[in-house]
Design a binder for this molecule. Structure first.
Ligand code: NAP
Ligand code: MG
Length: 402
């Protein structure tokens, strides 16, 4: 069989620890034998980030703007312990944060569903994709301890010095106060990323806030979404046969629990933080969760939602066997390859991505899986494979389907 040829490179962002080990295995076993892989390689491993003063991270994000599609391995976000472990010059920022700041994107997280790994919510049949607005609100707030009786106000001063004041509360005793903000630009980018990802994946888009209570703040989110939808996306949604649906956050939560899944749920920053943990754990396993950063300009960066699986890596370094699940990392590659195939009109690449995903699912459904899934599967007597054996088993399933 001839290898599939690519015309435009993928931006490849290598990473750290156990996922870096899996990265190489995936390329050797599942990609290079079938594709003449064309990538522009950026080593985002912590050692190289330190060596390049983290320039490599910004460069990789710029390359994503140039080529449109990136695939990223999990990376260490340094903390105090990592400073000594890697002898770092500085506590470099989270690469995901740096990349997101450059691409101005929204992160969409979706579970990979297989038979035998059943969601806790029994009527969930299709993935629920969570889109979290990643700017502002309580994450960039200002808080104040109110020591005793007195008046707390919000004051806005315009550039020419005019003041607008609004009473927060007349305190009769001690208490607390908080101010939050957001930006129209950021909300617009969020909305555009959500609408284009819905079109891209042909799924309905749900959005919910508490606009009945928050008549200015949350209402602005609702209005901006509706405005952009009416102006830019309404017809496209009709053509694609999908819907945009706005409701109150409490109504949304109730509907989500009763739904069968298969839509994108756009959430404000805090809701997204909380709901993504709930939805992902209810679907089964962090190791079966994909993540894609979509910029409002339509740049895509695919990755697994989990981290570098440090505990497994230390076992690996000790020469012990590991059983680390590579499925979400494989799906990062298939997501990126499929997108490249679509953008460049290379249908073989799209078909290959579908087949590799099917091979992962079929391998697990046949009872062969890594330990994390064996612990929660409803399949009886699963065969527990180590990290490498699982990838080889996927290759066997894949080859049989090609
Ligand atoms: P983690 O890599 O998400 O792993 C936490 C635990 O979850 C593991 O110890 C393992 O549990 C289980 N797990 C996660 N992924 C798994 C997989 N693919 N297969 C099997 N089990 C899996 O989080 P961490 O170990 O606490 O963090 C390590 C590093 O990752 C940190 O430096 C953090 O900064 C970084 N991180 C990066 C990203 C990213 O790049 N997107 C995201 C999150 C964290 P058991 O040990 O019980 O088997
Ligand atoms: Mg959280």
């Amino acid at each position: 069989m001839d290898k599939i040829k690519m015309t435009v490179p993928l931006v490849e962002m290598d990473g750290d620890e156990m996922t870096r080990i899996l990265w190489k295995m995936i390329k050797d076993e599942l990609l290079n034998p079938f594709i003449e892989l064309k990538t522009e390689y950026y080593d985002l491993g912590l050692e190289n980030r330190n060596k390049t003063d983290d320039k490599v991270t910004a460069d990789s994000a710029e390359a994503t703007k140039k080529y449109g599609v990136a695939v990223k391995c999990a990376t260490i976000t340094p903390n105090a312990a990592r400073m000594t472990e890697y002898d770092l010059k500085e506590m470099w920022k989270s690469p995901n944060g740096t990349i997101r700041a450059i691409l101005d994107g929204t992160v969409f997280r979706a579970p990979i569903i297989v038979k035998g790994i059943e969601p806790c919510v029994k009527n969930w049949k299709k993935p629920i994709t969570i889109a979290r607005h990643a700017y502002g609100d309580v994450y960039k707030n200002t808080e104040m301890d109110i020591p005793g009786p007195g008046k707390c106000e919000l004051v806005y001063t315009s550039q020419n010095g005019e003041e607008v004041r609004s009473l927060v509360h007349e305190y009769k005793g001690a208490g607390v106060a908080q101010a939050m903000h957001n930006l129209d630009d950021s909300i617009e980018s969020f909305a555009k990323s959500c609408f284009s990802f819905a079109l891209d994946t042909k799924q309905d888009l749900w959005f919910a806030t508490k606009d009945t209570i928050s008549k200015t703040y949350d209402h602005t989110f609702k209005d901006i979404f509706q405005d952009i939808f009416d102006k830019e996306y309404k017809e496209k949604f009709e053509e694609a046969g999908i819907n945009y649906f706005y409701t109150l956050i409490d109504d949304a939560v109730a509907r989500v629990m009763k739904s069968e899944g298969g839509y994108i749920w756009a959430c404000k920053n805090y809701d997204g933080d909380v709901m993504s943990d709930m939805v992902s754990s209810a679907f089964g396993s962090l190791a079966m969760m994909t993540s894609v950063l979509v910029s409002p300009q339509g740049y895509y960066e695919y990755e697994a939602a989990h981290g570098t699986v440090q505990r497994h890596y230390y076992k690996h370094l000790n020469g012990e066997e590991t059983s680390t699940n590579s499925v979400a990392t494989i799906f990062a590659w298939t997501g990126a390859l499929r997108k490249r195939g679509e953008l460049d009109g290379i249908s073989e690449l799209t078909v290959f991505a579908d087949k590799l995903e099917e091979a992962c699912k079929n391998t697990i459904e046949s009872g062969k899986m890594t330990n994390d899934l064996a612990l929660i599967t409803t399949i009886e007597n699963p065969t527990v494979l180590n990290s490498e054996e699982f990838i080889k088993a996927v290759r066997e399933t894949l080859e049989a389907s090609l």
